[in-house]
Design a binder for this molecule. Structure first.
Ligand SMILES: *Cc1c(COP(=O)(O)O)cnc(C)c1O
Length: 399
């Protein structure tokens, strides 16, 4: 059956799947080897000089990695995909493949911390100019664009305020101005949105999060046109060396099989948690794109198939309130990262965004009492009860 005709849960299970031709092993083996024995010198020359597809050395690719890449390409409706050693490897490889000295980049002002560091501290050292704006308002992008703008980089939904950027409108504007759109779609996963279908040129994920789903692997993926992916693979990935290990690629594929059913539960749990928090007297504000009160709820409804499992909220009592909450939860784990089957909680001002000045943090809407939660797939009543008891500790302890 043509995988394009399959629905998501069938596709994620079967697409790109190969059964081991030697033993018939139902689950593909992990090709845990560094090198490949070649038939003869003619084959060695063809493969080593890139005249032919095949496997020679694991930094250049492995059958396990190749299977993962086929699956990602299918899930993102892309011509090709590249799997790499981390989400940051995906982002840095995609940006380095796209930008040259003297080029200009527009990116969101509220983005993943290390992406900000890459753009702000590293790329600028290589002569790449940048402007950071709130990309959820296209007018800001229009104002920032320059003749040398080559990339518009979007994170949607964004970390940690869950702002949604209209990918379709941004891509239309970018293409009219000779720029490419790269989307970090980590918070959505391919289950909730496909940026390439909306006109984006490249999509990247921290596969560490929802794609893996179990908190066991650090990995990243890039998907887009074959020409772009080929270039990202060679020379960029081959020379930067940010490869994914065969074992990690295999674990990732294991996790991905349940992506659809996990995401369904993440979404329904998160919606209930968000509604609970929005009505709680100790909560000042909830940032969840599934709430009609969220400023970009309408764009989320238009371009996503659900609102995901991530949200932030401002607890009363500022930094102190946030800290009491962190120390009071029992089901949620106090931990960075997200997208696991179990629920995680973090206090953004003192954890993920500690290195921002208070002024920049406030401007980005990351308030003192802002807590970010990754809602897991547990029974939602237990998650709500846990937050409720922790919030009553905040109420008791702050005056
Ligand atoms: C975690 C994350 C990254 C970085 O991914 P790693 O796998 O940790 O390198 C990038 N973007 C977003 C939105 C993330 O959540």
């Amino acid at each position: 059956m043509d995988h394009n005709k399959m629905k998501f849960n069938t596709k994620v299970m079967h697409a790109g799947q190969t059964h081991d031709p030697v033993t018939g092993s139902h689950v593909s083996p992990i090709y845990q080897t560094t090198t490949y024995v070649l038939e003869n010198i003619d084959e060695a020359i063809r493969l080593n000089q890139n005249q032919d597809q095949g496997f020679t050395y694991t930094r250049f690719g492995s059958p396990t990695q190749a299977e993962l890449e086929r699956k990602i390409a299918i899930l993102e409706n892309a011509e090709a995909a590249l799997a790499v050693g981390s989400g940051m490897a995906a982002i840095s490889t995609a940006l380095m493949t796209s930008l040259r000295k003297g080029d200009h980049l527009i990116a969101g002002d509220v983005i993943y911390g290390c992406t900000f560091a890459l753009i702000h501290n590293v790329l600028t050292e290589y002569g790449i100019e940048m402007t950071l704006v709130d990309t959820s308002n296209l007018e800001n992008i229009k104002e920032a664009v320059r003749p040398n703008t080559k990339v518009i980089y979007l994170e949607t939904p964004s970390n940690p305020t869950l702002r949604i950027t209209d990918i379709e409108a941004t891509a239309e504007f970018a293409h009219a101005n000779g720029a490419k759109v790269i989307v970090d779609s980590t918070f959505a996963s391919p289950y909730l949105q496909n940026p390439l279908d909306l006109g984006a040129d490249v999509v990247v994920h921290s596969a560490t999060k929802y794609l893996c789903g179990h908190g066991t692997v650090v990995a990243g993926v890039i998907a887009g046109k074959k020409e772009f992916i080929d270039k990202a693979r060679f020379p960029y990935l081959q020379t930067f060396g940010a490869v994914i290990s065969p074992f990690d690629a295999w674990l990732l594929m294991l996790g991905m099989k349940t992506l659809g059913i996990r995401m369904e539960r993440h979404c329904s749990n998160a919606q209930k948690v968000a509604e609970f928090l929005e009505n709680h007297p100790m909560v000042e504000k909830v940032y969840y794109p599934g709430l009609p009160s969220h400023p970009t709820h309408e764009i989320a409804k238009k371009q996503m198939r659900g609102f995901g499992g991530m949200m932030s909220f401002d607890v009363k009592g500022g930094i102190e309130g946030g800290k009491i909450l962190m120390n009071s939860v029992e089901v949620f784990s106090l931990a960075t990262s997200l997208g696991n089957i179990d629920s995680l909680i973090q206090h953004s001002p003192s954890m993920s965004h500690f290195d921002m000045s208070k002024e920049d943090r406030m401007k980005a809407g990351i308030n003192d009492g802002q807590v970010r939660i990754s809602v897991g797939v547990e029974d939602v009543d237990d998650l709500i009860a846990d937050l409720d008891q922790a919030l009553s500790k905040v109420a008791e302890q702050i005056k």
